[in-house]
Design a protein around this ligand. Structure first.
Ligand code: WT7
Length: 691
């Protein structure tokens, strides 16, 4: 790629030295027949990157060889990206390979090295604060998965069947996913915070025949009912495909139950013939269960993601390519070394949980932490206490969590040690430089590299990400593409390719193994959404600026761009400016129609604890934005909002904010996925545009 020809001159230096690895250069003795263990220099990256683009069949063959196949693939890449071609969009990787994902995450480690049996696969950190350490070894996890897989089989669930999983963030959830993978059932995980309506919609779309759930979950000290929501969902006509509901008892015997949980357990409804307690079923099965050999292109899972319009999209991932990609990206981006303890704070209900709590770490024989709770319970030190308690080396979380935690006194962080940390990571939205710096200096004690990973449910794994200490970081930039990923900017107006430096729609030029293959039973919509907007390319839906040095700066969703008086203004840029003000915790910026300027700029601003709202502060914030970005950028309305509408994964729902300020409050659309729907009414009442 052209920008690598220029020298990579950056003012900054490499941030953080702990990420650096001590062993000698890997390409020195690299014989080009298999991938090196780690990437340590920029030259190594450049040469491997060039190979991955010029000879993808060679590169991805080596990547696949990191896994164990029943039949090693000979056909590597067979993909068509062009929606105008006679073949149409079709994506196949490793199509003659035979493999099992669960085997690669568990059995093979023990078969190759008996020591792995006693190594810790999962550390469980319950919501409730406890000194107890819950360690699950690879041998224990394998046995539990085999037994549960036998329960699934006993209930007639077999290869190709779809199973909906609606669980809290506990070890049993991981067991459920791995057991499905073991027998070849397709899992469709629905985040435990979704309403019964949302679950029903997702059950009916994929026609699942069974549901795996739990009596309840516990988050932030509160009981969250799960089984009863499934009961409600299953009363709906469209969910009649479900024949079996397998119910885990939450944390059997681990912790005493709070009163609201006891109540929930005692009030459970039970339908004989449909509902089964997992702990009772487990008594009836043995622990012999051979993994099912799967074709590389057999589906592994479906995961729903919200579209900008219409019903959720059932993103379909398949077996061989997905695991190859999740596994390699985990290894290289976190530079994972044997024995390290890794924690990702995402819920298994999201793609981050699939790829980087479960499949990526376990396929690399890592120790992964499963955290049931929330960052603010019992107080805002929780993450940092967990890091000390389990001596975590690699910590991966979301900018929204970082911003909410940095709004409190630094002493909540500094009273903990965090000495075990080697590497920090973020994902989910652009991280504004101020949050980045706080994460770097306060959390990482100016010692740890940060990997800002850009990717999507649809991409299966990291797409644009630093490799730690291989090249310098710039706060707020996800830096450079991963192996095999060719980014391309296209003009939103002319649809023509643009050469960096430039800003445009972020597209990908060719396929990679981790990519979603389709939307479940809706290939037409898959092509429409991702391949028709820019024919010949995969369209991410994000905007991006690529600078002179090749660094990528994600500017947010393309539809988040404001056009004000002929100037294009990325809302993320304004938000970033606002949160640089010391009184601001979080900001969300949207446009509204304005006859003179095309659009006006409306800023929702959440102030930090104990900061008073005032007109003087509003003026100060407007000045901050103009100073930071330019005098042409002028917030028209500042609206102090103690709470913003967020999805349960913590993303601000700008779609709803746009409707509030338009104003078009009768067409807010689906608000069922909001963490707290009452926030919307508060905002409407206070907005000068709706009053
Ligand atoms: C969208 C995908 C994939 C993990 C979690 C979200 C935004 C994600 C970054 C980042 C800037 C980011 C993009 C993307 N996003 N990571 N590092 N920098 N933006 O998965 O729900 O499928 O959302 O999240 O807008 O398109 P998702």
């Amino acid at each position: 790629m052209e920008f690598f020809e220029k020298s990579l001159e950056i003012d900054g230096k490499i941030y953080g030295n702990r990420g650096a690895l001590k062993n000698n250069s890997t390409t020195a003795n690299w014989d080009k027949s298999c991938l090196p263990d780690t990437i340590q220099t920029f030259d190594e990256y450049k040469s491997l990157y060039a190979l991955s683009i010029n000879d993808p069949n060679h590169f991805w063959k080596m990547a696949a060889e990191r896994l164990d196949w029943y039949q090693v693939p000979t056909k590597i890449k067979n993909t068509e990206f062009d929606c105008r071609s006679s073949r149409g969009v079709e994506i196949k990787w490793y199509e003659d390979g035979i493999i099992n994902v669960c085997y690669n995450c568990l059995d093979r480690h023990i078969e190759k090295d008996p020591k792995a049996a006693k190594e810790v696969a999962i550390i469980f950190e319950p919501d409730t604060l406890t000194e107890v350490r819950h360690h699950i070894t690879y041998a224990e996890l394998l046995r539990a998965v085999k037994k549960f897989a036998n329960v699934l089989k006993k209930h007639g669930i077999k290869k190709g069947d779809v199973v909906t999983i609606y669980m809290p963030m506990v070890v049993e959830t991981c067991i459920a996913l791995l057991a499905c993978a073991r027998i070849g059932a397709i899992h469709s995980v629905v985040f435990g915070g979704f309403s019964s309506n949302s679950v029903a919609e997702r059950i009916s779309d994929c026609q699942s025949i069974a549901v795996i759930t739990s009596d309840f979950g516990v988050r932030g000290g509160k009981c969250t009912p799960l089984k009863s929501k499934i009961d409600q969902a299953l009363t709906m006509e469209q969910c009649k495909t479900v024949k079996t509901v397998l119910v885990f008892r939450r944390n059997q015997g681990i912790l005493p139950l709070q009163d609201d949980c006891v109540e929930q357990r005692n009030s459970l409804q039970w339908t004989d013939g449909t509902d089964f307690w997992v702990h009772e079923e487990l008594e009836k099965v043995d622990d012999n269960c051979e993994p099912e050999p799967m074709n590389a292109e057999d589906p592994l899972f479906i995961l729903y993601t919200s579209g900008s319009t219409g019903k959720p999209k059932g993103i379909l991932h398949t077996t061989g390519g997905y695991l190859t990609y999740a596994s390699l990206t985990f290894k290289y981006t976190f530079a994972y070394q044997p024995g390290e303890i890794y924690m990702c704070t995402a819920d298994v209900g999201w793609i981050t949980g699939h790829s980087y709590v479960l499949y990526g770490p376990l396929s690399n024989r890592a120790t992964t932490v499963v955290f049931e709770g929330i960052p603010t319970y019992p107080d805002v030190s929780r993450f940092w206490n967990i890091i000390d308690k389990h001596q975590i080396n690699i910590f991966y979380t979301a900018p929204t969590a970082i911003r909410s935690l940095m709004g409190h006194d630094d002493s909540f962080v500094t009273r903990t040690s965090r000495k075990s940390l080697r590497l920090l990571g973020t994902v989910g939205e652009p991280i504004n430089p101020e949050a980045w710096r706080w994460y770097y200096t306060v959390v990482g004690n100016s010692q740890c590299s940060i990997v800002d990973t850009w990717w999507q449910t649809e991409t299966g794994g990291f797409m644009i990400t630093p490799l730690p200490n291989v090249w310098p970081l710039e706060p707020g930039s996800a830096t450079l593409p991963f192996f095999g990923i060719q980014t391309q900017l296209l003009s939103k107006d002319t649809k023509q390719p643009m050469q960096p430096p430039a800003e445009g729609a972020l597209c990908i030029r060719d396929s990679w193994p981790g990519q979603a293959r389709s939307l479940y039973r809706n290939h037409k919509r898959f092509v429409e959404v991702y391949f028709e907007p820019y024919p010949g390319y995969y369209f991410s839906g994000d905007g991006c600026e690529i600078k002179e040095n090749g660094y990528h700066w994600i500017t947010g969703r393309v539809d988040d761009v404001l056009v004000i008086s002929g100037h294009n203004i990325g809302t993320a840029e304004v938000e970033s400016a606002l949160v640089q003000h010391h009184d601001v915790a979080e900001a969300a910026v949207v446009g509204y129609p304005d006859v003179i300027k095309t659009q006006g700029m409306y800023c929702f601003v959440t102030l930090k604890d104990n900061v008073a709202e005032s007109d003087a502060l509003k003026r100060e914030l407007i000045k901050t934005v103009r100073d930071r970005i330019g005098a042409h950028v002028f917030p028209d309305i500042i609206h102090f909002a103690p709470n913003l509408p967020k999805t349960r994964s913590g993303k601000i729902m700008r779609r709803i904010l746009r409707k509030i300020v338009e104003p078009d409050i009768l067409n807010l659309g689906d608000t069922s996925t909001l963490n707290d729907p009452s926030v919307v009414q508060e905002l409407i009442e206070k907005s000068p545009r709706t009053r």
